[in-house]
Design a protein around this ligand. Structure first.
Ligand SMILES: *[C@@H]1O[C@H](CO)[C@@H](O)[C@H](O)[C@H]1NC(C)=O
Ligand SMILES: *[C@@H]1O[C@H](CO)[C@@H](O)[C@H](O)[C@H]1NC(C)=O
Length: 248
């Protein structure tokens, strides 16, 4: 039996794909991730941060036993697929008061991907505290995902889509997500066309430009779909944990 990932209880509009998004070119770091346990199969996103490591959200890892990482194209039918049983969620991952705490995980491939123009890892931002916490208020960031029409099946859409969000001020974020912790979370939203990630996108990256290169600053954690802003994990706060787990 197959179900989609609907574990969290914010009121979500189940028919939504990534909301108000636009077609995306291939983003060589983007990974479509399918994850299964004894009864269920779900999908979400992630990002290659090395030849064997995919950074994703903890919810895509905790309680699952096998992962399929699909990379190399903005068309799902043209992906290269890698199956693995190796993944770790943050030791303090937890769901509490409709917010996921320490919602970060790492999937490790059994063999490295071959880097090419269409498959390449993304750089991570600085360690929190070393420099300005990134992303800073109002910085524009890119989100992307394959989330599909959830009433129609258990697979994502054929084509990758993307949206542009800006980091939201703390007061707005805390008002919507009282249990959030602004060291580990940030909120972001698109105030012009309302693009937003949704169920089936969670775990995918949020990237921004820093000194002329694209870096991963966040993880899509709590899908808002039509509710904005959505909640993201601040990667810079987990830089040391990522390094200790991956060497990256
Ligand atoms: C989702 O798919 C179902 C069944 O194919 C269809 O009836 C419905 O209109 C679709 N919803 C959207 C938002 O595309
Ligand atoms: C996906 O995008 C291609 C163009 O890259 C287009 O030809 C195709 O129709 C799209 N497929 C779907 C299912 O939207």
């Amino acid at each position: 039996m197959k179900f989609l990932f609907v574990a969290l209880v914010l009121q979500l509009t189940l028919s939504d794909a990534m909301h108000n998004s636009e077609p995306a070119e291939n983003l060589p770091y983007y990974a479509y991730v399918t994850f299964v346990n004894a009864q269920m199969e779900f999908y979400g996103g992630g990002a290659l941060i090395s030849g064997i490591h995919v950074l994703t959200c903890g919810a895509n890892v905790q309680g699952f036993t096998m992962w399929r990482v699909s990379v190399g194209s903005n068309r799902r039918s043209q992906h290269q697929n890698f199956i693995t049983t190796q993944a770790v969620a943050h030791p303090n991952y937890a769901e509490a008061n409709n917010v996921r705490m320490n919602d970060i995980g790492i999937i490790t491939l059994l063999q490295p991907v071959v880097f090419s123009a269409s498959i390449f890892p993304i750089a991570l931002g600085p360690v929190f505290g070393d420099e300005e916490p990134s992303p800073m208020l109002n910085i524009q960031s890119l989100i992307m995902g394959f989330a599909g029409n959830l009433t129609a099946g258990t697979q994502g859409l054929e084509n990758l889509t993307q949206g542009h969000v800006r980091t939201t001020d703390v007061a707005t974020c805390v008002a919507l997500y009282p249990a959030s912790d602004l060291i580990q979370h940030f909120c972001a939203e698109d105030r012009s066309v309302g693009s937003n990630f949704c169920l089936g996108d969670q775990g995918g990256p949020v990237t921004t430009m820093a000194r002329g290169r694209e870096i991963m600053v966040g993880i899509q954690s709590l899908p808002g779909c039509t509710i904005r802003p959505s909640l993201y994990i601040r990667v810079s706060s987990y830089r040391e944990w990522i390094r200790s787990e991956t060497g990256v």
